[in-house]
Design a protein. Structure first.
Length: 225
């Protein structure tokens, strides 16, 4: 029995590697559903955008309001770690990571909706996910040929590309984990500094969210008449 045990670990590892794109895709699809459709008492992207527009009366002012709102939510650590329904996600991830992804995706989808894009269109959903990589990463990958286009190009492509969707999902999934690990290191260092502490994590989440909001605003140019 023991002679067979060493061979079981490589097989398991290989299976996990093979399933990584599938897990990433499933996870991000659920993130999109949470963000766009809402959950329980948490309104989805279209509702959040409609409320911002009704409050401000102007699309650009509504965009400002939407971004500010989500930067604030990203900095509210208690909100992120207690966001309802995260237990249903298909992989065990820190609640802060999943909650932050939902907040950022809802903001990006709200921006796209205000600019006249159909957030239920699979091309647009691929573009929303791609935006999560951030402007610098997207620019590098387009320049190197690893991505065919920017979020704007993907959202307005003639046809939906499932292969691109899978590749982007896997990359975004890994990138979110890398960002969270980097932020964790910064927070741990900050805890050693008097009078700093946990506010660093909130500031980092808020900064990343603001940067993504401004990037989405530049990418999803207005399509409404």
């Amino acid at each position: 029995m023991s002679a067979q045990e060493p061979s079981s670990t490589p097989a398991t590892g290989k299976t996990l590697v093979q399933r990584a794109p599938e897990v990433a895709g499933n996870w991000l699809r659920q993130i999109l559903e949470f963000a766009i459709d809402g959950y329980m008492t948490i309104p989805g992207a279209k509702d959040a955008a409609a409320r911002a527009l009704q409050s401000r009366g102007d699309h650009e002012a509504a965009l400002d309001s939407l971004i500010r709102q989500h930067v604030g939510l990203a900095g509210a650590q208690g909100f992120l770690t207690n966001l309802g329904g995260l237990i249903t996600l298909p992989v065990a991830l820190p609640a802060n990571l999943a909650g932050l992804a939902i907040v950022q995706m809802r903001m990006i989808a709200g921006i796209a909706h205000l600019r006249g894009y159909d957030v239920n269109d699979r091309r647009v959903r691929s573009a929303l996910t791609l935006t999560m990589l951030g402007e610098d990463e997207v620019r590098k990958r387009v320049a190197s040929g690893r991505l065919p286009s920017t979020p704007m190009g993907v959202a307005t492509a003639p046809v939906f590309d499932p292969a691109l969707e899978h590749a982007v999902s896997e990359r975004v999934f890994g990138d979110l984990g890398t960002k969270m690990a980097g932020k964790h290191v910064v927070v741990q260092v900050a805890k050693r500094i008097p009078l700093v502490g946990g506010g660093v994590g909130a500031a980092a989440d808020g900064y990343f969210t603001y940067a993504l909001g401004q990037y989405a605003r530049r990418e999803f140019i207005r399509r409404r008449g």
